[in-house]
Design a protein around this ligand. Structure first.
Ligand code: LMR
Length: 335
């Protein structure tokens, strides 16, 4: 009898202690972004979530909200800062109100190839940007940088091959002053609009054209409401992956270490994936043009590229108050 009671007590004790632990809910890490799942950022956010959720099962759960389901562009930074979400990965242009120096990455024709961006973010400029996030006291921790790709121009007015073709054309741009100056330098007009509004703005003629990467254009069907698309590769689009600082500070050290490790692994994979998706979705846009006939595709000759570069170059020196000129020079000197 005594033995029976002993076993019963042990069982009850186990239930009291173990069951609530097993039932305890994993803490949510809400990751909000604006693009489709089948883009470099969409892929990387999901890959990060899968890996964290496996490694920290039962303790933390990353939940990804794509397609601006939770917050649009600049709102996401404010929401993260206020603790309504824990993670986001806005493009450099969206930090205009918080870290305007990130407009370095919006400078037209500054980065000749994706490896130059990697050298920049992995080197001393990347360290300075990390320090800026800390010093500004925004409540935002910079985790890493992710790529999308280089941007392409499109319009409904005329093919865009030389500066004169941009005259009077209204383009949707992200919220960066550098991009506004880029369009003005070409004689066009830049209208700052949230990403989620681009398709309708193009379809309804609020704007005539836009600039974005192949993956963003293809997954949001911008090419279906445009007549002319030029593969111009005139500017870079990439992301600062951020976390709410207070949330980060409260994470146990082993969880921080796991998240950091996974973030570095995913960043390395994301760089590769971004190149693949850019190729794949660029080819799909070309296929659409060939089959549908509603869209005409143009590739710039080296002479046309040089002419556009010349027209946009003055933008590099216009923002010395917000983007350190020594950064611009350092990037230009990179091989
Ligand atoms: C845009 O607004 O065009 C991009 O920043 C969207 C994105 O996050 O890639």
């Amino acid at each position: 009898m005594k033995r029976f009671f002993f076993v019963l007590c042990v069982m009850v004790l186990c239930m009291v202690m173990v069951v609530p632990a097993a039932m305890a809910k994993a803490k949510k890490i809400r990751f909000s972004h604006v693009v489709s799942v089948n883009t470099p950022k969409g892929w990387a956010a999901n890959e990060f979530a899968n890996r964290v959720n496996k490694a920290l099962e039962g303790r933390y759960k990353v939940v990804v909200f794509p397609n601006a389901q939770l917050y649009g562009d600049n709102q996401a930074i404010e929401a993260l800062s206020a603790g309504f979400i824990e993670m986001a990965a806005p493009s450099s242009a969206k930090f205009i109100g918080s870290i305007p120096a990130l407009q370095l990455f919006d400078m037209p024709f500054l980065f000749p190839r994706i490896q130059t961006v990697h050298k920049t973010v992995d080197g001393s400029i990347g360290d300075e940007i990390r320090a800026m996030f800390k010093e500004r006291g925004l409540g935002i921790k910079l985790m890493t940088f992710w790529d999308n790709a280089f941007k392409q121009f499109s319009s409904n007015v005329r093919p865009l091959l030389k500066p004169a073709d941009f005259k009077g054309v209204k383009f949707r741009i992200m919220s960066s002053d550098v991009l506004e100056a880029q369009m003005a330098g070409l004689g066009g007009v830049g209208l700052k609009l949230p990403f989620a509004e681009v398709y309708n703005a193009l379809e309804q003629g609020v704007v005539d054209g836009q600039e974005n990467t192949a993956s963003n254009i293809y997954t949001k069907k911008f090419h279906e409401v445009q007549k002319y698309l030029t593969f111009s590769n005139h500017g870079y689009l990439g992301y600062a992956v951020i976390m709410n600082q207070k949330f980060w500070d409260k994470l146990p050290p082993d969880v921080q270490a796991t998240i950091n490790k996974i973030m570095m692994e995913v960043t390395a994979l994301e760089r590769q994936k971004a190149i693949e998706l850019d190729k794949e979705q660029g080819a799909l846009i070309r296929d659409y043009a060939k089959k549908g006939g509603k869209l005409q595709i143009f590739d710039l000759t080296p002479e046309q590229t040089a002419e556009l570069q010349k027209a946009m170059k003055p933008v590099h020196d216009k923002f010395s108050d917000t983007v350190p000129p020594r950064w611009v020079e350092a990037v230009k000197a990179m091989k």
